[in-house]
Design a protein around this ligand. Structure first.
Ligand SMILES: Nc1ncnc2c1ncn2[C@@H]1O[C@H](COP(=O)(O)OP(=O)(O)O)[C@@H](O)[C@H]1O
Ligand SMILES: [Mg+2]
Length: 141
């Protein structure tokens, strides 16, 4: 074992739907070294999104083990659908998480505006999602 950061063994994921059980992932085994850039390629429906959702802890696995060898690892995952609310401006979409948590402070608002600027989106902050391209919408997410 080199400088492994993540080990995945015998990972499986089954979904239940009206037609019965779907085996989306069967027996993934993977060691990932720190600093490596990994690409997961496969045809539509082969289980890529299911795999990433499980890694990001957005969904449960059905079987197998996932072991992280570092504490407090942060996992970010760009979802296929951006799920922006069409009736909220770009700024309000960005502030939504904070507004659900409680009151938004002026400094939170300024920070979000700074981030939008960093991603080249500041001039779109008062626009609505349907005025943005797919790539711009994903940067908002
Ligand atoms: N929530 C779900 N319920 C039932 N089946 C699902 C669900 N999500 C994905 N699947 C099925 O699992 C398989 C893998 O899907 P997915 O992980 O989205 O593939 P990919 O991202 O590689 O296109 C597909 O057969 C898909 O129909
Ligand atoms: Mg997918």
């Amino acid at each position: 074992m080199k400088n492994n950061i993540l080990k995945i063994s015998h990972l499986s994921k089954n979904y239940q739907d009206s037609d019965g059980e779907i085996a989306a992932i069967k027996d993934i085994n993977l060691d990932i070294e720190e600093g490596k850039f990994i690409v997961i390629v496969g045809p539509s429906g082969c289980g890529k999104s299911s795999f990433l959702s499980i890694l990001a802890n957005l969904d449960n696995k059905s079987g197998g083990n996932i072991t992280f060898f570092k504490k407090n690892i942060k996992i970010g995952y760009m979802l296929q659908k951006d799920c922006l609310f069409p009736w909220l401006s770009i700024l309000d979409n960005c502030l939504l998480g904070l507004s659900i948590k409680g009151e938004i402070k002026e400094e939170d608002r300024d920070y979000v505006i700074k981030l939008l600027d960093m991603y080249g989106l500041s001039e779109f902050k008062n626009k609505f999602p349907n005025s943005l391209s797919g790539g711009m919408r994903q940067r908002v997410v």
